[in-house]
Design a protein around this ligand. Sequence first.
Ligand code: M6R
Length: 606
Amino acid sequence: MCGIIGYVGAEPAADVVLDSLRRLEYRGYDSSGIATIDNGNLHVSRAVGKIKMLSAQLAVSPLPGTVGIGHTRWATHGGVTELNAHPHVAGGHVAIVHNGIIENYADIKARLIVAGVVFLSDTDSEVLAHLFHEAFTAGKTPVDALDQVLSEIKGAFALAAIAKQYPDCLMVARNASPLAIGLSDDLVCIASDAVAMAHLTRRVIYLKDGDRAVIRKGEAEIYDIDQQPANREIVTVSAAPMLVDKGGYRHFMEKEIHEQSDAISNTISAMTSETGAITAGFETEHLAAIKHIVILAAGTSFYAGQIGRYWIEQIAGIPVSVEVASEYRYRSPVTASYTTALLISQSGESLDTMKAMEFAKAAGLTTLGIVNVPDSTIARESDIVLPTRAGPEIGVASTKAFTAQLTVLLSLAIALGQQRGRLSIAEADALHAQMMSLPGAIGQAVSRFDEIRPIAHRLSRSHSAFFLGRGTLFPLACEAALKLKELSYVHAEGFAAGEMKHGPIALIEEGVPVICFVGPNELSKKTISNLREAEARGADVIVVCTDSMKDIVDFAEFTVTVPDCTELMAPLVMAIPAQIMAYLTASEKGTDVDQPRNLAKSVTVE
Ligand code: M6R
């Protein structure tokens, strides 16, 4: 979602903050801004659009000073305008940046308006600037001002403020939104994500909920929720400085599609013990404790979870339910029979998933996090982390993180299946061998862009498209539909192929594309019958199947094949044409592939 940055050091703050904002741009990107303090004066620059708009503005009118804050915004309250962009300023004295939502902003705003404050934006965040200004006008010190502001606001926030009265410091606080402080000998910085400051320092303090801090060059004075001095551990993060180049590809998404062989191969290594067995990193007794699983996730990670359920139930015989994280804690779930909550998240920062994790923990479940960003909140706060080794994913559409999540889920299913005695060593080895063939198969699938181009051309001219599949290919169909709609803005839905006739078939009319994943299994005959039903009503049928099945649907308008693979591996290999289809359709339509409208890479609001 939004990203915040702050810097106190010796370098020009606006340059450092701008550089870090570029590394945070994946969180949100409809507007951005920076404020600095120099010689007792506050300077602000804000721009609508991508960071390059702000960068161009700063090239013409640089901001002086070595203390600064910055923000990249994904609109929640108030439209995408310069006035709604952060930093927000009060009285020309205080500037703030904020990530999250101030839930009681309307009450605070009403009180301040009565006191004569004039608001310039439609955001909830602007109240923060006026609250700090009010505190400083009343003679508060930075710590006291923080305490006063925090005592009045409710909601989720990570915030940073600078003030003319205290030109050498940043004031920061967090509650339910991540905020880290980076330390080195000659600077202190803050960021919503350690990766945004990994090029400055790897020594990081993660603030806890309710923490507040006053930061000066070389020092961070931290207080806890009870306003007592707090000693927070300094950790050395492994986060690599965010790679911002596209490596010769047109888009990050294209690059990330091509990186999937490596992502899967690295993830398989992480799931394999020194003796070469798939253990998913578990000791046997920990596997034995997993008796009933609830998988909690959002978006693409949710669909990975649905595929994982098929595998874990089939291979290990362990009951699994899968829920969208945003619903879980609000529906009074009965948790008594569950032992384990499995959180799946690329970013490790999706607020819905974090909150579901907290709920599950409080209910006594052991939490396992399948997470791609190593130092993220979910990675740090899960009881056990199963890392996906996909590397940084910058494109908003999840690609390599999805197939890496599937790799972990399949490994977990195999490890559990062995521990439960449902798989012999030979059977587990055979599955391991199938997994080891994945990087090669995926490498070949990725090379088939040209086969898919005519389909993308067809989809780019459609208003609607339907995706079908059975078994693990049903959640894959939903994921393919999500990819197509989020990237190309073509309306798309995924259905279980057998469910089509129970309603969705009413939507089929002449020329509607129906894309079907036909797996190498017995169910394929039933799936093909469902496709016939669609074709009989005018649908243009597009089939995704394996090489040796290529003639299986003789009435298909287009057939895309992937290298031959087993039924278990099919969702991993067939994910590739689904991603390429969405990518090429979006490219043909000229939409913003890496940063589609209205979306953010990491969604840190509810
Ligand atoms: O970082 P997470 O995996 O928790 O993110 C969950 C969803 O927001 C994410 O998968 C989203 O649906 C992507 N845009 C899909 O491509």
